[in-house]
Design a protein around this ligand. Structure first.
Ligand SMILES: C[S@@+](CC[C@H](N)C(=O)[O-])C[C@H]1O[C@@H](n2cnc3c(N)ncnc32)[C@H](O)[C@@H]1O
Length: 271
């Protein structure tokens, strides 16, 4: 059974330790969905935007480049510091997506790039995004596509299943790929009070330099997948690393490795 408090603490302590590692591993990848995400949320010059689970502030920065007025919110003070360091002209606040530290009906647009899959109570966060928008405001969020398509996750999860233990005890959270299902996005957006939900797939490519990069990024720059890897026995971990190297060879193109890592982008409007 999911204990939201334990799962939140697990995620929070994970993110507190990895702002720079996250940037190095995922900075070139999660930024690939930003322009479609901002389009889906209707962000343009003059739009008032909230970037929820803002991490290093990539989406907030892109919204500001469009001329929007933006505030970023993240529950990790270390991530907030990272975002402020990268974007001193933008306001970032410490705050929980499930209980935003902001009043009702304030924003024209709300966005959450790869945040919702880290939440203990994602439906609560959808309701919060709706609350802070004014009527007619738009909300968009992204998640990874299923592991069959987001190949990096497919490789790591398959390697753990083959050579390690996929059921090591970790604080249980909501299914990681829940929102990879378009129907589930639509159902959840409607349940949170949004209308006209839309779901599209955004192609993304993870360009890795070395065959060990995927293992190292998953071990050092994520939270749930890192927890799964770190809990493996040392000999199993070496087999997992070797299996991941082997699978990555299928994606070598010259000196680089190019992994398809599409995103699912869901959006809706507050009536
Ligand atoms: C995968 S990162 C995404 C960062 C960024 N949005 C991007 O585009 O790369 C997830 C972020 O969600 C934040 N986060 C996780 N749970 C949260 C919560 N309950 N409330 C606010 N932020 C949260 C983490 O601190 C982390 O910065």
């Amino acid at each position: 059974m999911i204990d939201p408090h334990s799962f939140r603490e697990f995620e929070h302590s994970g993110w507190q330790g990895i702002p720079q590692q996250y940037h190095q591993a995922f900075g070139e990848l999660t930024t690939q969905s930003i322009e479609p995400l901002l389009d889906a949320a209707g962000v343009k010059a003059g739009t008032k935007v909230i970037d929820i689970a803002s991490g290093p502030g990539y989406v907030a920065a892109a919204a500001a480049r469009r001329g929007a007025t933006v505030i970023g919110v993240d529950f990790s003070v270390a991530m907030v510091a990272e975002a402020r360091g990268r974007n001193p002209e933008i306001e970032f606040r410490e705050g929980d997506a499930e209980q935003l530290p902001l009043g009702d009906d304030l924003f024209d647009a709300a966005v959450m790039n790869f945040g919702i899959l880290h939440l203990a109570r994602p439906d609560q966060a959808l309701a919060e995004a709706c609350r802070v928008l004014h009527p007619g405001g738009r909300f968009g969020f992204t998640v990874w596509a299923k592991p069959e398509e987001a190949i990096g996750f497919g490789i790591v999860l398959r390697s753990i299943a083959a050579h390690g233990d996929s059921n090591v005890p970790l604080p249980e959270g909501p299914p990681f790929f829940r929102f990879s299902e378009p129907d589930e996005c639509v159902r959840s957006l409607l349940a949170a009070g949004f209308e006209s939900p839309k779901v599209v797939k955004v192609p993304q490519t993870w360009r890795l330099r070395a065959l060990d990069s995927l293992f190292e990024f998953m071990r050092d720059s994520t939270v749930r997948t890192a927890g799964l890897l770190q809990a493996q026995k040392p000999d199993a971990l070496e087999k997992i690393r070797a299996a991941m190297r082997e699978e990555l060879k299928n994606y070598q193109t010259g000196s680089a490795i190019e992994l398809p890592m599409p995103a699912i982008l869901a959006s809706g409007m507050k009536p």
